[in-house]
Write a protein that binds this ligand. Structure first.
Ligand SMILES: Nc1ncnc2c1ncn2[C@@H]1O[C@H](COP(=O)(O)OP(=O)(O)OP(=O)(O)O)[C@@H](O)[C@H]1O
Length: 539
């Protein structure tokens, strides 16, 4: 496990600093506004004329306070959106670097939640919570400095004693809140998981007549989630109300008593006393902010812990030490792989595939033939030994190069919705129509395509022309040949077809054998007869 990486970015940190400055500017502007308003009010009560300069100053200050708030809102919105997109990319990239094998045993719902809900929460926490929160902690002290300058240093010093109550109240709030926040988070995670699993397994559930029961379970989990969320909100509101009311009352009483005392001893005048009481309301404002942001803060911190732990998981390239290169088209040296760490699918596997040769892999069901093919395609990384494809040692860093070295035909070929030509050009978009026809001829499909009214422009895939399993296999084979890649990985390319189509496909493979390196999985004797070497996998 790596040291847990930080999720902070320079742009994010800059945005937080700007928010802190804006919070301080805003609160200072408000404090001076109130101090001036108190003076103006004293003038009104004292029936003396209103100083125009001070009215202007008050107007400017209130505009500055409003502008600081608006600017902070804009910075928050923008930087949260950027941070979310950046974090999302980072988590997704790390998921790809970890590779599919790292996710076995993990619920897809949890990963989906991390990529959606949790990245959003972390971005919200970092970019809309931290800055205003630090600003709210610092502002009262700076407001009291202004009070010391404009009104009375001793009154400011007395009120300063009450400021540490804010973090204390926050600490208490956090403790009271943690359990109920965790319960709500768990309920939400459970619902997301169950929902996703139900969708993924919908066909099975319907076939087994279990859809109703699972629907009821989902409804129960939804209800649990609703209750947990309502409990969270109710508790949140109650604690907020109590702390806020108690703190405001305390602050106002303290300010009024101090103002009365300082007025009584003649240290301040009536305008200053009024200013002191008004400004004390600002000292309570951070409490409100802290409370209203707490929901974001707690959930964000928890999501941030989870994402950092995930980003700290070692990718296979960091685990694996690559050996020296290989001159062969494919070479395995004591290679091993398991979906779970303690259950290898194969281990200590050696294989040498010279260029332009044909290797057939045989073995009982479950012996790891498809797994090995996925490794050669660069989708799975060896967790022991080495795997070389085209001389490149397969690691997370070289995976893209390895992927580009081969073309795969799987047991079931998938045609996406589009024309036949588009399906064939996936691997080589610049292929000409002539080249498409040549490839189709090699897999004995050219006559069939010639008989279609729209020829290469025929729509296939979902809602398109119904294509048989054998035809789809042959289209996939033609696609692999067209890719121009040296290594062709054929995972039971004849498993879906009748004997006649099988013969056509095997002949097509024979036809190209001299020009490509072929690694093919097959149980069919006819395929093994044509092999240069046979690799037998055992369970
Ligand atoms: N994504 C996966 N996650 C966890 N285990 C898997 C996964 N894919 C395959 N396995 C397991 O790995 C083992 C090898 O599977 P694999 O599909 O490679 O075998 P195979 O020889 O190709 O089988 P078949 O001839 O039936 O296609 C099996 O025990 C299988 O259950």
């Amino acid at each position: 496990m790596n040291a847990q990486p930080s999720v902070a970015t320079p742009a994010g940190k800059r945005a937080i600093s700007i928010q802190i400055v804006l919070a301080i500017v805003g609160s200072q502007a408000l404090a001076w506004f109130l101090i001036i308003v108190a003076r103006l009010a004293a003038n009104v009560f004292g029936s003396s004329s209103l100083p125009v300069g001070q009215i202007w100053a008050a107007a400017v200050l209130i505009v500055v306070a409003g502008a600081a708030q608006a600017a902070s809102d804009i910075v928050q919105g923008r930087s949260a959106a950027e941070a979310e997109a950046g974090l999302h990319r980072r988590v997704l990239q790390h998921a790809f670097d970890l590779g599919p094998a790292m996710f076995t045993g993990r619920q897809t719902g949890a990963i989906t939640a991390m990529l959606t809900d949790q990245t959003e929460r972390v971005a919200g926490y970092r970019q809309t919570f931290i800055g205003p929160m630090i600003g709210a902690m610092v502002s009262p002290v700076l407001i009291l400095v202004s009070v010391a300058i404009a009104i009375d240093p001793i009154a400011a010093a007395v009120l300063l004693i009450s400021v540490p109550f804010i973090p204390l109240a926050v600490g208490g709030f956090q403790r009271a809140f943690r359990k109920v926040s965790a319960a709500s988070r768990q309920a939400r995670g459970k619902l997301a998981n169950q929902f996703l699993e139900a969708i993924q397994g919908l066909t099975t559930l319907v076939l087994l007549g279990a859809a109703g029961r699972v629907g009821d379970q989902l409804a129960d989990t939804g209800e649990e989630n609703r209750k947990a969320t309502m409990a969270l909100l109710a508790r949140n509101q109650l604690i907020l109300l109590v702390t806020d009311a108690a703190f405001s009352l305390f602050m106002l009483t303290a300010a009024a008593l101090v103002a009365w005392w300082r007025l009584d001893v003649g240290a301040i005048n009536a305008a200053q006393a009024l200013g002191l009481v008004l400004v004390s309301a600002l000292l309570c404002a951070p409490m409100e902010q802290i409370g209203s942001f707490f929901y974001v803060g707690m959930a964000g911190m928890a999501a941030q812990r989870q994402i950092r732990a995930f980003l700290g998981r070692d990718t296979p390239s960091q685990v694996q030490v690559a050996g020296s290169g290989s001159d062969l088209a494919v070479e395995l040296r004591q290679a091993g792989f398991g979906y779970a760490p303690d259950r290898p699918v194969f281990s200590g596997l050696d294989l040498r595939v010279p260029p332009r040769s044909t290797t057939v892999i045989v073995g009982p069901s479950g012996s790891g033939k498809s797994t090995l093919m996925s490794m050669l395609a660069g989708d799975l990384l060896p967790d022991a030994g080495q795997c070389y494809v085209g001389g490149i040692a397969l690691t997370a860093a070289s995976r893209d190069q390895v992927r580009a070295a081969s073309a795969m035909v799987r047991q079931r070929s998938w045609l996406f919705y589009g024309t036949l030509a588009e399906n064939l050009r996936i691997a080589r978009p610049q292929a000409t129509d002539d080249e498409l026809h040549q490839a189709l001829t090699k897999v004995a499909l050219d006559d069939w395509v010639g008989s279609l009214p729209d020829g290469l422009d025929t729509q296939v895939g979902e809602h398109g022309l119904a294509v048989s399993g054998g035809q789809a296999q042959r289209i996939a084979l033609a696609r692999a040949m067209l890719s121009g890649r040296d290594l062709l990985l054929l995972d039971e390319p004849t498993s879906q077809v009748d004997q006649e189509s099988e013969r056509v496909i095997l002949d097509a493979i024979d036809e190209i054998a001299g020009r490509h390196t072929i690694v093919m999985v097959s149980h069919r004797l006819t395929a093994t007869e044509r092999a240069d070497q046979i690799l037998e996998l055992n369970r």
